[in-house]
Design a protein around this ligand. Structure first.
Ligand code: 5RP
Length: 238
């Protein structure tokens, strides 16, 4: 067992352990999400692997790859799969009661969506601070090709205006004064929109824009939400 330092980490570890109990049976082939919630799931999975559980994982980021290897989880390449993964477990930045999510706060949205779509099932693992009535308070991450990214940003802005959004701001993400570069070598734009009213339409239309690689509005992807409550017990929203 790990020691956690904050109630939120305790909740993330609790939901990670619950996810392992529910989905990580012997022989399971798992997609391993990214971010702090998923990291607690990966650590919890590593504890079971140390006890003899036989699973393989596909990581959704280089960070998750490194963590999974450090806790002894056997990894496979997505290209080497001949059939879908059993289930991917991944955390959201926001999730609503339909199971639709904003993802990409950690800039891993492209691999996260690819691995989720290469899975028979996607389970959203979250602490209860992530549950919202309406998506959009969290800025929507959009992964774009560096070539001509400012033109891509103009196209995104025009789409959002056409769809009726006003007062939007689309900001290139930086860290330590440098543009964030994803595991696939792309940039991240964060669209500050306040409230998203037409999730599926926006998700589809963003990905039609030339230069957009993927967007963080994951609609119709999660099959279940596994959520930690303040007392640390995980419950399932289906
Ligand atoms: C990374 C992600 C993360 O899964 C998301 O940001 C949630 O992270 P955390 O569990 O740390 O809140 O989408 O791209």
């Amino acid at each position: 067992m790990y020691t956690t330092e904050t109630p939120q980490d305790a909740a993330k570890y609790a939901v990670g352990r619950a996810a392992v109990e529910r989905y990580a049976h012997d022989g399971a082939r798992l997609g391993l999400g990214s971010g702090t919630t998923s990291a607690w799931f990966v650590r919890a999975l590593g504890e079971k692997v140390a006890d003899g559980l036989d699973v393989v994982g596909v990581p959704t980021s280089t960070a998750t790859r490194d963590l999974a290897l450090s806790v002894g989880i056997t990894l496979v390449d997505l290209n080497d799969l001949d059939r879908p993964l059993d289930v991917t477990l991944d955390g959201p930045d926001e999730v609503d009661h339909d199971g639709d999510m904003i993802k990409g706060g950690g800039a891993c949205l492209l691999w996260e969506r690819m691995v989720a779509e290469a899975s028979s099932k996607m389970v959203c693992i979250a602490d209860d601070t992530k549950l919202v009535e309406q998506l959009g308070s969290f800025p929507l991450p959009i992964e774009v090709i560096p070539f001509g990214w400012k033109a891509t940003r103009r196209s995104i802005s025009a789409l959002l205006t056409d769809l009726g959004y006003s007062d939007i701001e689309i900001v290139q993400r930086h860290r330590d004064g440098q543009p964030v570069v994803t595991d696939s070598g792309n940039f991240i734009l964060d669209a500050h929109m306040v409230a998203i009213t037409d999730k599926a339409l926006l998700d589809t239309n963003l990905n039609w824009i030339a230069g957009v690689v993927e967007n963080g509005l994951f609609t119709g992807i999660a099959h279940e939400i596994l959520m930690a409550s303040p007392d640390g017990a995980a419950k399932l929203i289906e």
